[in-house]
Ligand binder design. Sequence first.
Ligand SMILES: C[S@@+](CC[C@H](N)C(=O)[O-])C[C@H]1O[C@@H](n2cnc3c(N)ncnc32)[C@H](O)[C@@H]1O
Length: 450
Amino acid sequence: MLRQPPHHLLACPTCQADTNNGFTPEQQNCTACGQQFFDLQGMPCWFDVGLAQQQLWESLYALAIKSGQNNLERNRQRNLSDMLPSSVKRIHNMDAVNNSIVEAMDVLLNDMGLNKTVHPEFANYDPSRMLQYFELLLRDWAWDGAQHQAESENARELERISAAHKAIDKPLGDTWVIGAGAGRLSADIHHHLKPSHTIALDTNPVLISCAHRLVAQQKPWQLPEIHPGPQLGIPLTKVWPMNAPSYTNMDTWYAVAGNAWRPPLKQHSFDTLITPWFMDVNGREVRDLIGQVQKYLKPGGVWINTGPLLYGPDITDMHRYSHEEIIELLEVAGFEVIYQNKVQSPYLDTPLSEEKRIEQIWTFAAVAPSEFPPTYADINPPAWIVLPHLPIPTNQTFNTHGNPVLEHLVAQVNGTTCINDIADIMRPNLGEDKNPLEVVRGAFLEYLLK
Ligand SMILES: C[S@@+](CC[C@H](N)C(=O)[O-])C[C@H]1O[C@@H](n2cnc3c(N)ncnc32)[C@H](O)[C@@H]1O
């Protein structure tokens, strides 16, 4: 049965039609734009590209299993004749566990009903990204059982969110956890802090399928782990049983596969947005995330962010904002930051190792402006240039220099349009190599505001 979130939170990820205007979750299609979507074992997989996402996943699944089997086959060809019998035993054990990992992935995705088929258009894709966050599966659903409660990263993460929630002092309401990964935090929040609905959204098929399987389907799984570095007195490998704790009230928690930048969700419909360990690794820069959060929160809604700032390699130096800059950006966007906390916490602290990685975790809660547009901070350049999702005010004077293109740009300004909207209008007229946002921003900065 399709586990679809309530209609008031949903919209077509392709054209943004809501359920009154063409998006039909029950049929998994949109009559407004003609897009067709799919589910896996009742988990909505609603991407803006529709069924192409299913073909992509089927291809990645087939390629990942093939690559795992090829590696195992290569290992079997190794010459171990100069190795000690104890070394040979270790190597064979590692091969067997690697084989079990491939089998476990196969079980997970096969049970979700995904076909293992390489579609020609995706034949050259790299499947390794699917396993990029492998340890999160174990951290979320396995290691707690072998740890003292005080060592549980999951318990600490819930405590951080609970403290931010306490500072907000109002119910979480309809909540979207963006980049929910393997789903543990979203499920713990749902069980303990009782939002009315929780949407746990992630784009990674392995992570979100695991969340759906353990929480919604309550179907156990098992996953082996190999620790790459030997530790004295600790086994190198272990097969972990994977179970969700006994949660209650989970019929209003939903795992949804989707893209945070084009989600199947309705704008301005959420009371709370939570971004755990997402701000620095979502493929875009922080200002875009602020815009996206503001777009999906109700006026006066709450954003809770937690995690480090360890920007991915795709983020240039220019966009590696400091904590202070992010707070300033939030204020420019009209948010009121009501809570901040900083702690050092172990990260991916497996019981198979006595070495620890410690990260600095920054948590904040910020309240979105209750009116949109917010008041404009007196900054230079103007707020709507710095944050291109903010409406361009109509009382602004523009100098078009008699240029028809610049006049066309200014004609779009009506008090609600923003630089992002104008960039979307200009997109079809610009070459592939041009970034519409930069072109439009540049036109305002270099000509219209001079
Ligand atoms: C560092 S992990 C954190 C996962 C989880 N929040 C946690 O704390 O364990 C970042 C997550 O963001 C997800 N992600 C990145 N970009 C995304 C996007 N555009 N849409 C949805 N999820 C995304 C990744 O798949 C990954 O699960």
